[in-house]
Design a protein around this ligand. Structure first.
Ligand code: AMP
Length: 983
């Protein structure tokens, strides 16, 4: 049989090391306390109980070989002869060893020695000092402690001496020292040598730990436990220092633990650790050797536990220090975007050229909504598939984007050290969404089910992107596949909430429903499937049916009773309303043109609280947390808050407060707005969440619009939007107004200040109620304040407020939007405005306003209200313009100076560049012009578009404004020939 080789496992290697260590520890240490051979004379004390002619204890021999001997035996006589050493210092001994060399004469060799003995007794007596004398302690046991009776193994006859060596131990030692005593009881004995010592484990360094010299324990079974100290540059392996035991025989045994060289140090033997050299490192506690620093790292000093990364390189938390340092990746390459019909942007990219030496490359997407150079983060509702962060694929789908909007996407390439480096490597791509199809319908739910029908309800898409022509409902039994689906078409109703009943369904069957909207541009995406089960389908016993019928009859009777009571309680209110179908403006309420709801004036209720109760949901004050004041309303602060309703996602809301100490009239006026708003349900009309009237302060909770009022928002963002974006805002307002007009609600104060705009630039009509007109300089009449600049002539003249007068106001809002919040009719007085409009003057197109939009404004300002478009017409016109953006390209250029029209200022009047810049509201660039050396208007007229960025004018809107004004300057200063072309 062949022999097999073997290798040692780590454990067996360790065992071997320890075993070897224990072997070398067996050399024990004898610490001498007394040696008779070291003495020139011994001078021990003797005692003989009886006198005899025979020799007593006698000291003889040469120096260094002194001995005591005795040979005293008497026929029949009793012998008791003691010999006591000098006092022996016990030092650190716990237990003492006595080694005696002696010789003993054989009794048979002594003729006539009847009571001869061949043994002697060894005793000790402990004292703290050398205080014994001839008489004390008494020569007996006790007080002497007997160690042993010692017999001679080899006895000699008269001619040859045989030496016996015996060792005896005793302990524990409790005093500073002791005497040894020998008792002879009639032998012929010589104590030749006496060696006294104690055993100790010797000082030792093993396994990188130092153990001091340690006396053995007091008993033969005693073990002394000692904790070692790790040597320099080493430390314990594990939580504790190593522990050894000193055994009674003076040898060490390992109990537990070991030390090893510290990080930055390597072992030279098992007793010493030395520092790693510069350029090397050692990371762990252990006895392995130092290693050279990995790539892209260094160590400048000795004893480095790890190497530092060279500049531009990093080590991620989880990277082992033995790995090279790495760098963040370069930016992704080949980033490109495609935009689908339904405004889904797909981004693609390739791996970065440089991965920084790592394999853990991942990508992150950032989406920004840009207006020229100004970008802001996209809404949190934007969806990324598969995900926005930590992408490992090299493409992503981004949905829920707004239509007709320019986005900028940043694709970041990252790896495990990107965050450490703080370096961002990204590539940017722009994409403009141009969805023509509607977005998904919202909030699909089942409102009723019978054996064969299911009634569905949903909200119109947030972005219809045109007029919705129909909804398509796709449904199939849940158990069947989608291929076998049936389809049903539902015509849109005029409210935000849409309904449809799907019929001819199987009883007791689970169905899946999906709904999508269609505009002229086509179908949108189906909604997420909603499931519902038709009732019935299982046979029911006849008794159960009879019982159910009886129950239904009872419920019906009860319901009729309740309805009767409610009707009779409300009749009063309705009677009042019926007799007052005349508005304050004198207009008769027409029967609703749609089959949906009609607005009910809360003032037709006898008690406003009833209207509030009917139209506004009461919310518990505990669900609303007010966070920050964001504006001042007529009745109190407007705040941002958090609404946390049970079982609903928390949402940010705006909270209108009624200031403390408000009168009852104020309270009613305040709540009127809620009872009006609560009747509306449209994506472009501000939504009421509810009211808090049962506690103080009284609050109205409405949806939160991040960008606040439109007029201020536009003024703060002058020139930053594309025409399409501005038209998108106008479309939203028109849709909201179309809804309100269909509800037969006349707003009367439609103005940019009463439009709120959210973070996605969706505009919503706000500010309802009657005593709310807050236009500065509003014209006070008997019928209340009138915001002259926004109001149609017939409404100013004889309070004819109608949806057609709202259309006029809408035209003014269009003008406000296109001029970024300019005040209509500038600083003219109300009287001048009325007179001019009466004479036929109409606001001119704002700068850069597409011809088509100004035409629409002029249409809304038709003197005869019958000739004005309806809101439905306006929405359709805007949709047409959006679908054909080329129609918006025809921009009206700067018009010649017209003293009646402040938008065509008299350029010759400016005395300085500063004055000119102020006049076009570009005063912020006064210093920039001066610093760039444009100190006189003569210099300014030479400016070209490409000069502007150098001056610091980078916003496209501002560049256009300035260049248009320069063109007017040139014309009026007769310097048209100075610069040939303008953009
Ligand atoms: P109002 O009393 O409605 O005119 O509101 C006063 C101001 O509060 C407005 O000009 C806005 O700046 C702000 N505000 C009102 N309602 C909201 C809202 N729903 N979201 C955000 N800000 C609002």
């Amino acid at each position: 049989m062949a022999t097999t080789g073997f290798t040692l496992s780590p454990t067996s290697t360790l065992f071997l090391t320890v075993f070897l260590a224990v072997l070398t520890l067996t050399v024990c240490l004898q610490v001498p306390l007394y040696n008779s051979q070291d003495q020139r004379s011994l001078g021990w004390t003797t005692y003989h109980e009886t006198s005899s002619v025979q020799p007593e204890w006698t000291e003889t021999g040469p120096s260094g070989g002194r001995r005591y001997q005795i040979c005293r035996f008497a026929n029949g006589g009793r012998q008791n002869n003691w010999l006591r050493t000098t006092w022996i210092d016990a030092k650190q001994a716990n237990r003492v060893a006595v080694e005696i060399d002696f010789s003993m004469r054989e009794c048979v060799d002594i003729p006539g020695a009847v009571s001869c003995k061949e043994t002697f007794d060894l005793y000790y007596y402990e004292t703290d000092s050398d205080n014994a004398d001839q008489n004390w302690p008494p020569w007996s046991s006790p007080p002497y402690n007997k160690v042993d009776r010692i017999a001679a193994d080899g006895r000699f006859t008269h001619d040859t001496e045989v030496i016996n060596t015996k060792t005896r131990h005793f302990g524990p030692i409790t005093r500073n020292g002791f005497y040894l005593a020998f008792q002879d009881q009639g032998s012929c004995l010589a104590i030749l040598k006496l060696k006294v010592y104690y055993l100790a484990c010797q000082e030792i360094t093993m396994n990188f730990a130092y153990f001091p010299k340690t006396p053995a324990g007091p008993k033969s079974t005693a073990l002394v436990q000692v904790t070692g100290d790790c040597i320099d540059f080493s430390q314990p392996i594990g939580p504790e220092n190593p522990v050894y035991q000193c055994q009674s025989d003076g040898t060490w045994t390992l109990i537990d633990g070991s030390c090893a060289c510290s990080p930055g140090y390597e072992a030279t033997s098992d007793r010493a650790c030395q520092a790693c050299f510069a350029g090397e490192y050692k990371v762990n506690i252990g006895n392995s050797a130092c290693k050279a620093c990995p790539a892209q790292s260094y160590s400048l000093s000795q004893a480095s536990a790890q190497c530092l990364c060279t500049e531009g390189y990093y080590r991620a938390n989880k990277d082992p220090v033995s790995d090279p340092c790495t760098a963040p990746p370069s930016e992704p390459t080949g980033v490109r975007a495609t935009v689908s019909e339904s405004s889904v942007v797909t981004l693609f990219w390739n791996r970065p050229h440089n991965t920084g030496g790592r394999i853990d490359i991942f990508y992150r997407i950032e989406c920004e909504l840009c207006h020229g150079d100004q970008c802001q983060p996209c809404s949190y509702t934007v969806q990324y598939s598969p995900t926005q962060y930590g992408l490992t694929s090299s493409s992503v789908n981004i949905s829920r984007l707004d239509s007709y909007t320019e986005y900028r996407f940043k694709v970041y390439a990252e790896n495990g050290v990107s965050r450490l480096s703080g370096i961002e490597s990204y590539a940017t791509v722009n994409a403009t969404t141009s969805s023509a199809v509607p977005s998904t319908v919202r909030a699909v739910r089942v409102t009723a089910e019978t054996e064969n029908t299911i009634e569905l309800q949903w909200l119109v898409p947030e972005f219809p992107n045109g007029e919705i022509l129909e909804y398509e409902i796709r449904y199939h039994p849940q158990a069947a596949s989608v291929e076998g689906s049936k389809y049903q078409v539902s015509k849109p109703s005029n409210t935000g909430t849409q309904n449809a009943i799907v019929s001819q369904l199987e009883p007791g069957t689970d169905y899946s429903f999906e709904i999508r909207a269609r505009t002229e541009a086509g179908f949108g995406v189906y909604s997420y499937p909603t499931t519902a089960k038709t009732s019935g389908g299982t046979s029911v016993p006849i008794e159960a049916i009879a019982g159910s019928i009886a129950a239904v009859v009872i419920i019906l009777i009860l319901a009729i009773l309740i309805i009767f009571i409610i009707m009779s309680r409300r009749r009063k209110g309705y009677e009042l309303r019926d007799t007052s179908t005349v508005y304050t403006n004198g207009e008769v309420l027409l029967p609703p043109s749609n089959k949906g709801k009609t607005y009910i004036d809360p003032h037709t209720y006898e008690d406003l609280n009833l209207a509030v109760k009917e139209f506004a949901k009461e919310i518990s004050a505990t669900y609303v947390k007010i966070e920050e004041v964001i504006g001042g309303g007529e009745f109190g602060d407007v705040c941002r808050g958090m609404l946390k309703m049970p079982r609903r996602e928390p949402k940010i809301v705006a909270v209108k407060t009624l200031k403390p100490g408000a009168s009852l009239k104020d309270r009613n006026d305040f709540l009127t707005e809620a009872s009006i708003m609560g009747q509306f349900d449209d994506p472009n009309v501000i939504r009421l969440e509810g009211v808090i009237t049962k506690s103080r302060p009284v609050l109205i909770v409405i949806e939160y619009m991040e960008n606040g009022s439109l007029d201020r928002f536009l003024r703060n963002n002058d020139g930053k939007f594309t025409v399409i974006q501005l038209v998108g805002m106008l479309r939203g307002i028109a849709c909201g107004m179309r809804y309100l007009s269909e509800m037969n609600y006349v707003h009367r104060d439609l103005a940019a200040r009463n439009i709120l705009i959210n973070h996605r630039l969706v505009c919503k009509v706000a500010d309802f109620g009657l005593s709310r007109i807050k236009e500065e300089g509003a014209y006070e009449t008997k019928g209340g304040k009138i915001p002259i600049r926004w109001t149609a002539p017939e409404a100013i003249a004889y309070k004819k407020f109608t949806s057609a007068s709202d259309v006029w106001s809408y035209g003014i809002v269009m003008w406000e939007v296109m001029s970024y919040g300019e005040r209509p009719y500038w600083n003219w007085s109300n009287r001048d405005v009325i007179k001019s409009v009466e004479k036929g003057y109409r606001l001119p197109p704002p700068m850069d306003c597409p011809q088509a939009l100004h035409q629409l404004m002029l249409d809304t300002w038709q003197k005869d209200r019958i000739n004005r478009p309806t809101f439905l017409n306006i929405v359709n016109t805007l949709d047409r313009l959006i679908r054909n953006p080329s129609t918006l390209k025809n921009i009206i250029k700067a018009r010649p100076y017209n003293p009646l029209d402040p938008s065509t200022p008299d350029m010759t009047q400016f005395r300085s560049v500063a004055e000119w810049l102020e006049s076009i509201k570009m005063g912020r660039y006064i210093n920039a012009f001066a610093e760039a050396g444009y100190l006189k208007l003569d210099d300014v007229v030479r400016l070209m578009l490409h000069d502007l960025p150098r001056i610091g004018i980078t916003l496209v809107g501002h560049q256009k404004k300035i260049m248009n004004s320069i063109q007017a300057l040139r014309t009026q200063m007769g310097k048209d020939n100075v610069i040939p072309v303008l953009v």
